[in-house]
Write a protein that binds this ligand. Structure first.
Ligand code: ZN
Ligand code: ZN
Length: 159
């Protein structure tokens, strides 16, 4: 496996894990918990962005992050078997993606003027997430848009 393939596959798998966790775990199995509270609290014109919001209302628990990271670890073992440095690269890419997702999600809701907030990709993903808070059946992707396109959850449902 070459470097590009490892990074691309790691990106696709970690964004798929993020999408599925969000769509099926947070919106299906976890009926009453962090996610429901978060979606309710940060929904609306004036409440989507709350500069003095509490961290624990935006970030999921460490347990959730740990479970996600162990999933990535299990997946990267496949690359480790093939080649140790490819395995490390795979795992590093998934962790960077997970950090990117948590970081931008935090700044969607709790803007503090960081340079990242001016990036076009940040604004685009933020707008998707804003729509997701208004309608929980669309735009599950936080760190990327790709699985929303493939699973057709990227359109406002009019009918
Ligand atoms: Zn949110
Ligand atoms: Zn959601």
């Amino acid at each position: 496996m070459n470097i590009q393939t490892t990074v691309i596959v790691a990106f696709l798998l970690s964004s798929l894990v993020e999408y599925c966790f969000h769509r099926f775990y947070f919106h299906y199995f976890q009926k009453d918990g962090f996610a429901q509270k978060h979606h309710r609290q940060f929904s609306g014109k004036t409440s989507f962005e709350v500069p003095d919001a509490r961290l624990q209302d935006i970030m999921p628990s460490y347990m959730y992050l740990f479970i996600k990271a162990s999933l990535y670890y299990i997946l990267s073992v496949i690359w480790f078997i093939d080649n140790i440095s490819q395995g490390i690269l795979f795992f590093a890419t998934t962790l960077i993606y997970a950090l990117w997702t948590e970081y931008i999600h935090l700044h969607f809701h709790k803007p503090d003027g960081k340079a990242i907030e001016n990036l076009r990709i940040f604004k685009f993903l933020k707008e998707n997430h804003r729509k997701h808070h208004m309608d929980n059946t669309i735009y599950y992707g936080i760190g990327s848009h790709i699985w929303d396109i493939l699973f057709r959850t990227d359109k406002e449902r009019s009918a």
